[in-house]
Design a binder for this molecule. Structure first.
Ligand code: UD1
Length: 338
């Protein structure tokens, strides 16, 4: 069965391609390599022994999207990762984000609604909840005004899919709201490859650990949490990848309760920035050079998932611990720097 994975050479995309191939799916990847590398294909082949089909083009070229679906009329599901994801950049270049994340989404849905049956999985984010009033966060928590154009593309993206599903009963979609995906494949054949200075905590920690960065800045220790640092739900990328496969199977087996559903992907456990650092120090045996600095604008204090809906309805659960995630992130960082 043929599945399209857009952005399939990116961090979460590549791990999902591996899990799809492990489950016997035939994968076609579209990626423009804007934030990834063709070498990732070698990693996927090293793990699975299978070469996915790869087409390099930019999905903003609508005629190419139309041509692709005309050539691959036997695509039975689409997992759509391709998007821009840097919060700061989105503030500087909002139109780039709206075009990449929403324009392309519209093109994909236009093609899927032409088919007898369309199955679509969307990469959303816990950022849609902002600072939630209640923790852990359930899927019915209100969506809060977005802090950035990036966050807005996830909110509006969900609305575009919901509205399209409303009037297209043959289209079925699931939006997966990721908490904080981290770590790398245990084989260390694939992992995260941030371009330039990492904005996210875990790659910044591992790059500091290998000496690529001098010091980690911890953004604030005066938050109303146990140790004063912010709390997030860090989830191993392989657990995230596996959730995509079960979500896809739910659509393919018509087990979905409505043709638009939303699920949180988290572990259910919150960890503070200092706990993440401690975990890194434990699994690496290295002392991390860090200092406390001012808060970062736009950070929420705490976010962690209520995972019951995904557990009960998808039959999926995250298995890896924070230590597992940090160990694999560290192994990957050392491998790519050698
Ligand atoms: C960030 C984005 C979020 C996006 C997600 C996707 C912001 C405010 N939020 O989430 O919208 O969906 O990335 O990748 O940018 N931290 C440090 N020092 C650092 C880096 C991070 O102390 O050098 C802290 C942060 O303050 C935060 C935690 O580590 O408390 C996690 O940060 P990060 O990895 O950037 O993820 P989010 O902020 O949760």
């Amino acid at each position: 069965m043929k599945i399209l994975v857009t952005g399939g050479l990116g961090f979460i995309g590549s791990h999902t391609v591996v899990e799809l191939q492990n489950e016997g799916f035939e994968v076609v990847i579209i990626d423009n390599l804007s934030n990834s590398s063709e070498d990732v294909l070698d990693g996927i082949v090293a793990i699975t022994g299978q070469q996915p089909v790869f087409e390099k083009f930019d999905l903003r070229e609508k005629s190419k999207v139309q041509d692709f679906f005309a050539r691959h009329h036997d695509i039975e599901g689409v997992i759509h990762f391709a998007a821009s994801k840097a919060v700061g950049e989105s503030v500087e270049e909002p139109l780039l984000y709206y075009e990449n994340n929403l324009g392309v989404l519209v093109y994909m849905l236009q093609e899927l609604t032409k088919k007898d049956k369309g199955n679509f999985i969307f990469s959303s984010s816990c950022t849609v909840y902002g600072q939630a009033d209640k923790l852990p966060i359930t899927e019915d928590a209100p969506v809060k005004p977005a802090e950035s154009p990036y966050g807005n593309t996830k909110q509006v993206g969900e609305e575009i899919i919901r509205d399209t599903c409303n009037v297209n009963p043959d289209l079925s979609a699931i939006a997966l709201r990721y908490f904080n995906p981290v770590g790398a494949h245990p084989t260390v054949e694939i992992g995260e490859l941030p371009i330039g200075v990492p904005q996210n905590l875990v790659p910044f920690i591992t790059q500091t650990g290998v000496g690529l960065r001098e010091q980690l800045s911890v953004f604030g220790d005066d938050y109303p949490t146990n140790d004063g640092t912010c709390i997030r739900d860090y989830i191993h990328v392989v657990d995230v990848a596996k959730a995509h496969v079960v979500a896809l199977q739910r659509l393919l087996n018509k087990k979905n309760e409505s043709n638009y559903e939303v699920f949180n992907l988290g572990t259910g456990k919150g960890s503070s920035v200092l706990e993440v650092i401690k975990s890194f120090e434990k699994v690496s045996g290295e002392k991390l050079n860090y200092k406390i600095v001012d808060r970062r604008a736009g950070d929420v204090i705490q976010a962690y998932a209520d995972t019951q809906k995904a557990n009960n309805e998808l039959g999926w659960k995250a298995h890896s611990t924070l230590d597992d995630s940090m160990k694999s992130a560290w192994d990957w960082e050392r491998k790519i720097r050698n």
